[in-house]
Design a protein around this ligand. Structure first.
Ligand SMILES: [Zn+2]
Length: 269
């Protein structure tokens, strides 16, 4: 009798483990998208109107799951609210549209500071210099479960969605990069071959380094010349915010990113 009871208990625990996440997800998706969240998106996120109707539905579903699945923390006196949650979630989920992917499944915690925050560790610059000690940061992505953002800079990023500077797109592309096991500029690929990706991104990375050394103008921020991981993050910001320029100057890079992100922001402008 005791053995039967233990067996039933095991079956029950295993079933909950298997079915609970799917059941919870369905319950979250069934709830209507709150009107207040919709007005935040309409007022703050200009890219939303450019998406197709089906992409808008996808994005809103992802935002619901994102907000239900991650914990947001206001740091240094910042009071957490839906404006912050929805803005960050919608920009983060823009990177996931039209793709078979989880919603940053490793990421659990999002820490938001009112302004650039202080961090005490080394920073490697594109010229090979290393700045050590305390410095101000706009954002930071950790491999295991955490992202830190400055709200002031998140707001700057959405106020100007055309300057190639967007801390949310930057940090969340680092998260995608680290899903492959290491942050090295190569996320998990479905629609590009790894060889093509590696060839094009290393060639473009070298080119950006040359532009930086010779003080040539570049469509991408020189911070991308720091290392391959930063190159992918900066390329992502440029792809979404300066797509026409990127396509004109770096057509191969634009094309691999268009395939990867399954979107064409050049059509939005
Ligand atoms: Zn970075």
């Amino acid at each position: 009798m005791t053995e039967l009871f233990i067996l039933l208990l095991i079956v029950l625990v295993v079933s909950i483990g298997i079915y609970y996440p799917g059941w919870r997800q369905k319950r979250i998706l069934k709830k209507p998208f709150p009107d207040q969240w919709q007005s935040i998106i309409d007022q703050r996120l200009p890219f939303f109107q450019k998406l197709t109707a089906s992409e808008q539905v996808q994005l809103k579903d992802m935002v619901k799951l994102f907000i239900a699945g991650k914990t947001f923390y206001g740091c240094d006196g910042l009071e957490m609210n839906d404006e912050i949650r929805v803005t960050i979630a919608a920009e983060a989920c823009l990177l996931l549209l039209n793709r078979k992917t989880g919603i940053y499944s490793r990421l659990k915690h999002i820490l938001v500071y009112p302004y650039a925050f202080r961090a005490n560790h080394d920073q490697h610059g594109p010229d090979g210099t290393v700045a050590s000690g305390e410095r101000g940061l706009l954002g930071e992505s950790w491999h295991y479960g955490k992202i830190i953002l400055s709200w002031d800079d998140v707001e700057k990023g959405i106020r100007n969605f055309q300057d190639g500077q967007n801390v949310v797109l930057h940090e969340f592309s680092h998260q995608l990069d680290s899903e492959s096991g290491s942050a090295n500029g190569a996320p998990i690929l479905h629609s590009n071959s790894y060889t093509t990706w590696a060839n094009i991104l290393s060639k473009e990375f070298e080119e950006l380094n040359k532009d930086f050394t010779h003080h040539h103008k570049s469509v991408m921020d020189y911070y991308g010349a720091t290392d391959p991981a930063e190159f992918f993050a900066v390329a992502t910001e440029t792809f979404f915010e300066k797509p026409a320029k990127l396509r004109e100057k770096h057509p191969e890079l634009f094309e691999v990113l268009r395939k990867y992100y399954a979107l064409n922001p050049a059509d939005w402008q």
